[in-house]
Write a protein that binds this ligand. Sequence first.
Ligand code: APR
Length: 176
Amino acid sequence: MGDRIDVIQGDITKCNVDAIVNAANTTLLGGGGVDGAIHRAAGPRLLEECRSLGGCPTGQARLTQGYDLPARWVIHTVGPVWSGGRRDEDGLLAGCYRSSLALANGQGVESIAFPSISTGAYRFPVERAAAIAVEETLRFLTGTTPPDRVTFVCFDLHTYECYRSAVERLAGGRPS
Ligand code: APR
């Protein structure tokens, strides 16, 4: 199963996969971080489509076209803001991965790339987030295709090391 999961360090807007996932906010109207990068790379038509969606609750996901991105689709998901772990942040973050993968499956997306959702502006602890991301992805991939390949795209070295060790520990193999 670990051979269907990659961990790389890089810029998700450059990923040539069927769908990239955006760490958005509930308005879906853009922001900083990876949200800002994706909107800049996709161009203004992405914001136009997002405006028509009427927002997205935390833990859920919405699908749009990718426009000027290499990826055909963008799956926007809204992670929880970390507030100490007593407001079901873990469950909401797991929901981001589950709902993004379910949307990808429904759309016939074969390859999907995730950023490290909630671990930037939303301050979710990276190691804890990586374990949730990998566990939820493994659970979804068991017995379900598509997607066939999931890539965790980490922007910095520390995040990359957290996701790699989570895959090695939980998927029993070295990510390809
Ligand atoms: N490619 C991949 N990862 C990236 C990129 C990029 N181009 N840019 C930033 N990241 C990483 C960050 O370094 C972090 O590890 O994405 C991870 C998530 O950080 P944020 O983008 O801050 O997302 P999040 O913590 O979920 O906060 C979401 O921030 O940008 C706003 O509108 C967004 O309100 C929402 C909030």
